[in-house]
Design a protein around this ligand. Structure first.
Ligand code: MIC
Ligand code: SF4
Length: 642
């Protein structure tokens, strides 16, 4: 029976467990990456583990998110991460070097390896055939300290690509088209594996755009085969030696298969406020725009930005539009400054930003009130851009550049001939933004500025948990809702008490007060609770506020793992309709929690205010139960090395 590429890589790196969908396994981790907004927690947790050396082949700490430095806080965090990297033997990437995923693709990712990153878009490296999974920071700390990662084996969804892309249609349109078909929940529980003749139509960075936004489908990861296109990319990056050819077996068995003809796809956009709210641009009426933002880990490659520069060359950005461009890496920015493309962008009236996440995470460039903003990014959740009343449309770089000129959302295929971009023979590879670990690391200690506060640790689980429902949410609540991030809040990623004042800030403004008044409590959630980012702050802040469990119709993968790691129980309703039986401020109770979890028997949630009881399910492993009993992973790790 033939194997999928994903299962081949899992098998190659399997440490414990039986490689069958639904089972828990552990795999050897070859590489890890962290970024700064999740990284401070990772390195605090690594410190708490008391290790001397990391166990991975290579780990990199990138600074790319919190780079505005409007006060000392972000700079303190950078210094802390830099000192931790030096102490543990981790490569440090200075701010300005670029976005973690773009840089990792260019410099370190290897076909066939396993990469775990504390960012939900880690699957970007799936574009070069690496099994790359986003996770909470604690799982990355464990991967560095112990060299392994536990996961529930996902099913594999095969997307067969056929046909050729139409002019002006690119990888972003492909993934938006897939989001339109599958929705933000469509990939949950799956690894998405691409195959078919159409794969050859996509450049390496096109593939990375598609695997990057597999995160928006809720998939564990996405992966492309490693072929001549992969070899060519690695060779141009000076890394030919990292190439190995990899594909699925011809008779590979998949859990689900979909065929997509690339020639069916036209320029697409995801309308406000969800990446799966996708339509063909040609079907929309004329929408006047105020801002265009080009960049992010989805669309900031050399090819993407060169296309933008070619479209804008000799043209003028519309007088009502602010065009901002944030390159994916310093190398790209340098090459574009040398080949004249940067000059073309500036001459058109574009605003050039640092090579960082920037506006994608609301780090500056918040648009004006009620603005329409077109972005080549991956998420358009309400408020994420920093302006609550703004409406964000996700588009390809081609659509963004053409629309910046016309002043309204424009189908680029109406714009004449499409520009072609030659990839340079050799990418300009230089190391001046990287700090490599020293041979002798004896005596090095971490440096903690005043902004870095200890993270909360839970108590061990009690057999009966009870209290008030502090909040009831709808479906698809994002971690941006649970723990919003923007230029004002990101400086407090290492200060949980301060962050807690903004918990659920997009939904209500008094969640922290409710939690304080009632001494903690519970949350009732809908489907896909916790979708979006990997930020474990969306679990650590509720933990700090005394949340003991979340009862939801279903959970997003990374957030669910973060809840378990924090000792907060993610329960699902056995019957989804039971969600209706709960309201805010109801008094609820679950008794006999420990024995029910241990014996995997029926768990009953009682709504004392309404005098009803409903059945719950805990969809976790035995190990998860042990972690919850200890009150979270760090407590568990003290007594366990498994
Ligand atoms: C995001 O795009 O939401 C982020 C910011 O990169 C997050 C990580 C974070 O919250 O720090 C992610 O995607 O995991
Ligand atoms: Fe950075 Fe945006 Fe990518 Fe998150 S999605 S890593 S904020 S560029």
């Amino acid at each position: 029976m033939g194997k999928s590429l994903a299962y081949k890589i899992l098998e190659e790196n399997l440490l414990t467990g039986d490689l069958k969908a639904g089972n828990e396994i552990s795999v050897k981790v070859n590489q890890t990456l962290t970024q700064d907004s999740t990284g401070t927690m990772v390195y605090l947790q690594l410190e708490a583990m008391g290790i001397k050396d990391i166990k991975t082949d290579l780990s990199v700490a990138y600074i790319d998110h919190n780079t505005l430095q409007s006060g000392f806080e972000n700079a303190d965090d950078h210094e802390f991460i830099k000192s931790a990297a030096a102490k543990y033997g981790i490569i440090f990437s200075k701010p300005g070097n670029g976005i973690c995923h773009q840089l990792h693709l260019e410099r370190f990712g290897k076909p066939g390896g396993v990469l775990i990153g504390s960012d939900s878009h880690t699957p970007t490296c799936g574009g070069l055939g690496m099994l790359s999974i986003g996770s909470g920071g604690l799982d990355v700390a464990v991967a560095m300290a112990r060299g392994y990662y536990y996961l529930k084996v996902p099913k594999v969804l095969n997307i067969q690509l056929t046909g050729k892309l139409n002019p002006w249609v690119s990888a972003k349109d492909v993934i938006l088209y897939i989001l339109q078909k599958l929705s933000v929940k469509g990939g949950v529980g799956y690894i998405i594996e691409y195959s078919g003749e159409g794969v050859k139509e996509l450049s390496l960075t096109d593939r990375a755009t598609i695997t990057n936004m597999g995160a928006e489908l809720g998939a564990t990861t996405s992966i492309f085969p490693s072929d001549d296109i992969t070899k060519d990319f690695l060779t141009r990056q000076g890394r030919e030696k990292d190439f190995v050819p990899l594909t699925a077996d011809d008779d590979a068995i998949y859990d689900k298969e979909i065929e997509i003809d690339l020639s069916d796809i036209e320029p697409m956009t995801a309308m406000p406020h969800s990446p799966d709210n996708v339509v063909e641009i040609s079907r929309l009426n004329k929408i006047k725009i105020d801002q265009v933002a080009i960049g992010s880990c989805t669309n900031s490659s050399y090819t993407d930005l060169m296309k933008v520069a070619k479209i804008l060359k000799g043209k003028k950005v519309h007088e009502d539009v602010s065009l901002v461009i944030s390159p994916g890496s310093s190398n790209i920015l340098k090459m574009m400054s040398e080949n004249g493309a940067l000059g073309d962008l500036i001459a058109s009236g574009a605003r050039i930003l640092e090579a960082t996440c920037g506006p994608c995470i609301g780090m500056g460039q918040a648009p004006k009130s009620n603005a329409i903003s077109l972005r080549t990014f991956n998420r358009n959740f309400k408020g994420r851009c920093g302006t609550n009343s703004a409406e964000v449309y996700l588009v390809s770089p081609e659509t963004a550049a053409v629309s910046a000129i016309t002043g309204y959302l424009t189908d680029p295929s109406t714009f004449g001939n499409m520009p072609t971009v030659e990839i340079p023979e050799k990418f300009d590879v230089y190391d001046n933004y990287f700090i490599y670990p020293k041979e002798n690391r004896e005596g090095l200690e971490v440096i903690m500025g005043p902004n870095i506060k200890p993270f909360p640790i839970n108590d061990s689980l009690t057999d009966s948990i009870g209290g008030k429902v502090l909040l009831k949410t709808g479906d698809n609540i994002t971690t941006d809702d649970i723990m919003p991030s923007n230029a004002k809040l990101l400086p407090f990623r290492s200060n949980i008490p301060k962050l807690s004042e903004y918990c659920f800030g997009t939904l209500v403004d008094d969640f922290h007060l409710r939690a304080k008044k009632y001494g903690g409590g519970f949350i009732i959630g809908g489907e896909n609770y916790g979708q979006g980012s990997s930020r474990e702050h969306a679990a650590l802040v509720p933990l700090y506020l005394g949340i003991k469990a979340v009862f939801a119709k279903s959970f997003a993968r990374i957030h669910k793992a973060n809840l378990v790691n924090s000792g907060i129980i993610p329960f699902t309703f056995k019957n989804k309709e039971d969600y209706e039986l709960f309201d805010e401020m109801d008094e609820i109770e679950v008794s006999g929690v420990i024995s029910s979890l241990e014996k995997n028997t029926e768990i009953i949630l009682t709504n004392k205010s309404k005098n009803v009881s409903v059945k719950l399910i805990f969809e976790g492993s035995k190990r998860d139960v042990e972690i919850l009993k200890c009150g979270g992973y760090l407590n568990y790790a003290k007594s366990n090395t498994k």
